[in-house]
Design a protein around this ligand. Structure first.
Ligand code: NAD
Length: 335
């Protein structure tokens, strides 16, 4: 695969040469003038296990130091309503990751039929509890409950999911805030693998409040992993393939398994697959397999870098949540 690298991206390749070697990508070469270098190399897997472990390790060290100084740990409270299988898995994983990082966690399990009033009261109690730093309510919620009311009831200073309008407003204005965990995790992954973003064209597919829209804001912001020109696509975008073909970076967050195919991707693009869909499969132990929004095998042939599903963005989402919980703790303790 041929990747054209501008001088400003040169550092990325030099910093990652060990990684390319590690992945047996020994076949690389450098040609060209002072203006443009050309490298030959194969595709880089953006492994969420590696990037998330690095984030968790640094948080673990910080938390251990707090304990050594006689300070309390950061504390995340998660609310799970009902018995949705996927939600159970996500919340269990969040709690487990808190434990592994040395954080305290509380899981509040509520009945599927709980009234909206009772749920809002539970959130208010956690808002008022000085030992709780971060609160998350696992979505989706049963029909009788307004998700918007729930989001707006969480104290913005404990809103580690970053969904409260106050925090979204701050994000748009480039102020310090809680960044929604999935887009935050993606930014952390881009940073970990030193993926160049400045001046790139990023195509984001999906405009949801939890992934697509905040992702488009972050990538277009004046941040180390931002400064992209961003196109945001959605279900009413007529010329999606044409737009995707212009993308140096594609973020697929639409929830349609295998939607992004090789013919929609240009050579050397960076592909971030956010999709998580359970697809029935009688040959799988659990009766289903997790599929992303990208047709991985064929797209990987053209991509410079790609996230796997599972093992990519999902793990980074938890890393983003843990970072937000530490931030909430520090703001509470240090003022
Ligand atoms: P959503 O249903 O809220 O939004 C989907 C978006 O995709 C919408 O904006 C819609 O306009 C757009 N869309 C749908 N069909 C389209 C099409 N044919 N062409 C272009 N755009 C189209 O979904 P969401 O909550 O943003 O989640 C998207 C996917 O990401 C889902 O698979 C979800 O499970 C997954 N997800 C993963 C993580 C993670 O941690 N990896 C976190 C959140 C969501």
């Amino acid at each position: 695969m041929l990747i054209r690298v501008l001088p400003e991206d040169h550092g990325y390749f030099l910093r990652n040469i060990k990684l390319f070697h590690h992945k047996n990508l020994l076949f690389w070469d450098l040609k060209g003038s002072a203006a443009v270098f050309e490298y030959f190399c194969a595709m880089l897997v953006l492994d969420g296990k590696i990037a998330a472990a690095a984030v968790k390790e640094s948080l673990k060290t910080k938390t251990a130091a707090l304990g050594a100084n006689g300070k309390r740990k950061p504390h995340l409270a998660a609310i799970l309503v009902g018995n949705n299988g996927a939600s159970e898995t996500y919340v269990a994983s969040k709690v487990k990751n808190c434990e592994e990082t040395g954080f305290a966690s509380t899981l509040v399990r509520l009945d599927e039929n709980i009234s909206e009033t009772d749920l809002l009261q539970t959130i208010t109690r956690l808002n008022e509890d000085p030992s709780v730093d971060g609160i998350l309510v696992q979505l989706p919620l049963p029909k009788q409950i307004s998700e918007q009311k729930v989001i707006e009831t969480i104290d913005p200073t404990k809103d580690v999911d970053g969904f409260h309008p106050v925090n979204v407003g701050k994000l748009v204005q480039g102020l310090s805030t809680f960044i929604p965990a999935t887009p935050y995790g993606i930014m952390l992954m881009l940073e970990h693998f030193a993926i160049p973003t400045k001046g790139k064209h990023a195509v984001v597919i999906g405009r949801s409040n939890i992934v697509g829209r905040p992702m488009s804001i972050l990538l277009s912001s004046n941040l180390k992993q931002g400064n992209c020109t961003v196109t945001i696509c959605h279900s009413h975008t007529p010329n999606l393939k044409e737009l995707c073909l212009q993308g140096d970076i594609i973020v697929a967050a639409l929830g349609r398994p295998g939607f992004v195919t090789a013919d929609m991707v240009k050579e050397g693009a960076v592909i971030i697959d956010v999709g998580i869909t359970r697809v029935e499969d009688s040959t799988a132990k659990k009766g289903f397999r997790i599929k992303g929004d990208v047709a991985y095998d064929e797209v990987a042939q053209k991509a410079a870098a790609i996230t796997p599903v599972p093992g990519g963005v999902g793990l980074m989402t938890i890393a983003g949540l843990l970072k937000n919980t530490m931030q909430a703790y520090e703001q509470r303790v240090n003022g």
